[in-house]
Ligand binder design. Structure first.
Ligand SMILES: [Mg+2]
Length: 122
């Protein structure tokens, strides 16, 4: 299963463009950026209203429109994810980690940034 492929199927049916090259210059990119904002606001509203059902719906909708943005811009999300995952996992050193008071796992010495340009093939 691939979220990006699911959304590709939807976009093909809806006659939206799936970009095969990296681009930020088309109206569909603007559409998806607006949809991401809209879905984020719905998700935030659900969170503030303690509505778990609407929160789950909002989270899935956000993933959906984010995948739509990736398809519109030609971003291969799996490749970017692989880089981000490797970077995040580098926050654990021999299974050890440091958290701040809010529970965020902090960057230790030896942490490496994701190489997003590489993931994009740039
Ligand atoms: Mg929604």
């Amino acid at each position: 299963m691939s979220y990006q492929k699911d959304v590709s199927e939807f976009m093909n049916l809806g006659e939206q463009k799936i970009s095969s090259n990296l681009t930020l210059k088309n109206d569909q990119v603007k559409l998806y950026m607006n949809l991401i904002k809209e879905e984020f606001e719905e998700t935030l509203k659900a969170f503030n209203e303690d509505d778990l059902v609407e929160l789950a719906d909002g989270l899935a909708d956000m993933v959906w429109v984010i995948m739509g943005m990736c398809n519109s811009t030609g971003i291969n999300f799996d490749k970017v994810w692989t880089e981000v995952r490797a970077s995040n996992m580098s926050k654990f050193v021999d299974g050890k980690f440091v958290k701040n008071e809010s529970g965020k796992i902090l960057k230790p010495e030896g942490y490496f940034k994701p190489n997003i340009s590489k993931a994009l093939g740039l």
